[in-house]
Design a protein around this ligand. Structure first.
Ligand SMILES: NC(=O)c1ccc[n+]([C@@H]2O[C@H](COP(=O)([O-])OP(=O)(O)OC[C@H]3O[C@@H](n4cnc5c(N)ncnc54)[C@H](O)[C@@H]3O)[C@@H](O)[C@H]2O)c1
Length: 321
């Protein structure tokens, strides 16, 4: 298989590439990444296999994407490329529309023109919006995004579903819960808190930290993507999550405990505009394909904390990209 991975220098994409090259050494993996502020080339610096190629560039660059697809006879696109930070989207929505919507539209156009049989879009549980306690959205629940970020992810999904209906593009959409684990840029809650505890800095937390999230260890998400590649039904949407949840405050307490950190460093700040109280996804559909999460939060956060402790140069490097 010849796979175009877009956004492969980011958090989930780089973990996917590492896993895929290890388990499927016969596949060719092409990584196209713009190297935005969130990318870190150290994530894949040790990958020297000849079946891995990196191109710096944008999914919005039609000519470049088309050249890559033709040169490498791409048969599968997995799109991880995106602007992924909710807080940034609240003040810089333009770049979210450009990358998350126009960029995906561009990839769809190339996929159709070059007859690429499969396109897997990495989406998010945030497209369902905030849900009441104990409610879990199934894949056919309405889209109800709250932030510019989740609105652009939902828009991209609609473009893909339209391409499926109009041109029979072989799509899958994976809506995953909040990922955490090694190689996540430090603007996100878990790496931000680990690094702040390690440095003895204050850790800002919105409101009272009572919002809850379903925390999915990144390798569990990678195995879900692997499952969809091999057993997913073309055209289908799959939710991925643990169906367990923790408040943001409880997450910070768990990190503090693992680091013998000082919980008094947590500082409550003003609430985020439109802050969703809770997400929840039903995962029966992907479980029918044989997937289930393997790493519970206690173990996952321990592994994550240890990784940041032992890979300081990854996050402390002045030349981050
Ligand atoms: N992190 C999560 O918890 C989570 C959960 C569900 C879904 N997602 C989705 O998964 C995808 C990956 O998330 P992540 O956390 O790895 O994000 P990330 O911010 O760590 O990485 C995104 C990558 O995309 C690249 N990129 C940005 N614009 C690009 C462009 N125009 N062309 C090519 N590359 C571009 C960046 O350089 C970066 O390497 C995103 O689309 C996000 O919406 C993330």
């Amino acid at each position: 298989m010849h796979i175009l991975v877009t956004g492969g220098m980011g958090f989930i994409g780089s973990n996917f590439i590492r896993y895929h090259l290890k388990h499927y050494p016969q596949d060719e993996v092409i990584n196209l990444d713009l190297l935005s502020y969130a990318a870190n080339q150290l994530s894949l610096a040790d990958i020297t296999q000849l079946n891995y190629h990196f191109y710096q560039g944008s999914i919005n660059d039609l000519t470049l994407v088309q050249e890559i697809v033709q040169q490498h006879q791409i048969s599968l696109i997995i799109n991880f490329a995106g602007e992924s930070d909710v807080d940034r989207s609240l003040t810089k929505s333009d770049v979210f529309v450009q990358t998350n919507v126009a960029g995906v539209n561009n990839l769809i156009n190339v996929a159709l023109k070059e007859n690429i049989p499969r396109f897997i879009q990495i989406s998010t549980d945030e497209v369902y919006g905030s849900l009441p306690a104990l409610e879990f959205a199934a894949e056919d629940a309405p889209l109800n995004p709250s932030s510019p970020y989740s609105a652009t992810k939902a828009s991209a999904e609609l473009l893909l579903l339209a391409a499926k209906k109009s041109y029979q593009l072989g799509i899958n959409i994976i809506r995953s819960a909040n990922n955490y684990g090694p190689r996540q840029y430090q603007e996100k809650l878990i790496p931000k808190a680990i690094i702040a505890f390690l440095k003895g800095n204050e850790i800002p937390l919105f409101g009272k930290g009572l919002e809850t999230r379903d925390w999915l260890y990144v390798n569990d998400n990678i195995r879900a993507i692997e499952t969809v590649i091999h057993s997913g039904k073309i055209g289908e949407i799959y939710n991925v999550g643990t169906q367990k949840e923790l408040s943001n405050f409880a997450v910070l307490q768990a990190i503090a405990k693992n680091l013998s950190g000082d919980s008094s460093l947590i500082r409550f700040t003003r609430q985020r505009p439109g802050h969703d109280q809770r997400y929840g996804v039903q995962t029966a559909k992907i479980k029918e394909l044989g997937w289930q999460p393997e790493v519970d939060f206690g173990l996952g956060i321990k592994k994550t904390v240890t990784w940041y402790q032992t890979n300081r140069s990854w996050w402390d490097d002045k030349n981050y990209r």
